[in-house]
Design a protein around this ligand. Structure first.
Ligand code: R5P
Length: 269
């Protein structure tokens, strides 16, 4: 692997643990201002010290993230659809690789919609992005989208979608968790990170999801709503970090959450 690609990946996956505790804040690109992310700057700033990387759009970055804060950026470059439009899967490229380089992104991310009418468009787009980003050794994160057009999903579907992304050249894949997730990771060929999905019933459930994911071999998590829609986002992300990087089990991580909950975030963090 080239020095540049290796350097960028080491800004996402902590070399000590080989894992990432990525914070996803890109939801507004199709959902608009959802709960917990109506004021991105105030929501994100206290969480950044505990995230290895931030997954975001260029608009959110420029408006709401201090460029002096030393966090790696995984830049979402696909979109162009909305939750009120006719088809979420009809995505296109919305940000150039050139702009990603200007923003000093450590990687670019795009969604693919395997099994939808836009499967070919989005998979072809992924292959083209791999080619374009590859000119600069800029890694690509493929996101295997799920949602209203796909309905229920299982490890068989996620494994299929994940493997296809890797075959097309993605450096890493973000997908969802399902029973039997070991098989998804085993066949992926590249590191897999797990999205959190909709807010779960409790912080314990979110910690259990992260724990199950890394136990099954995931190279980390990329949670959004289960962090910044939780009762105490800063405590939640620190507890998730303990699971991802320090091997905490659910009970230990929940104990950490309970000790941290309600505490002010230290000044300067
Ligand atoms: C969805 O398309 C976005 O890429 C999100 O980053 C992703 O869903 C992860 O966020 P959450 O943990 O809230 O599902």
């Amino acid at each position: 692997m080239s020095w540049g690609r290796s350097n960028r990946l080491s800004r996402i996956f902590d070399p000590a643990s080989g894992r990432t505790n990525m914070l996803a804040v890109d939801h507004g690109y199709f959902l608009g201002p959802i709960s917990g992310m109506r004021s991105p700057r105030s929501a994100i700033t206290p969480l950044l010290p505990y995230a290895d990387a931030l997954m975001a759009t260029r608009g959110l970055l420029r408006s709401s993230v201090d460029p002096a804060l030393p966090r790696s950026i995984v830049l979402r470059v696909s979109g162009g659809t909305s939750i009120v439009g006719p088809s979420l899967s009809d995505e296109t490229i919305i940000t150039t690789v050139e702009d990603a380089l200007r923003l000093n992104a450590a990687a670019v991310a795009m969604s693919v919609f395997v099994g939808t009418e836009h499967e070919r468009q989005t998979l072809g787009g992924l292959a083209a992005l791999v080619d374009e980003a590859g000119r600069y050794d800029l890694p690509v994160l493929a996101v295997t989208a799920v949602g209203k057009e796909l309905g229920a999903y299982d490890a068989r579907y996620l494994g299929l979608a994940t493997r296809i992304c890797a075959e097309l050249g993605a450096d890493m894949v973000k997908t969802y968790h399902a029973d039997g997730f070991e098989a998804v990771v085993e066949a992926a060929m590249v590191p897999v990170v797990v999205a959190g999905g909709k807010r779960l019933d409790s912080v314990r459930d979110a910690l259990a999801l992260a724990c199950d994911a890394v136990t099954a071999g995931a190279a980390g998590i990329d949670f959004g709503r289960n962090v910044w829609q939780s009762a105490d986002p800063a405590a939640t992300i620190q507890a998730l970090r303990a699971v991802v990087h320090d091997g905490h089990g659910v009970d230990d991580a929940l104990g950490l959450y309970e000790r941290l909950a309600g505490q002010p975030v230290p000044a300067g963090r």
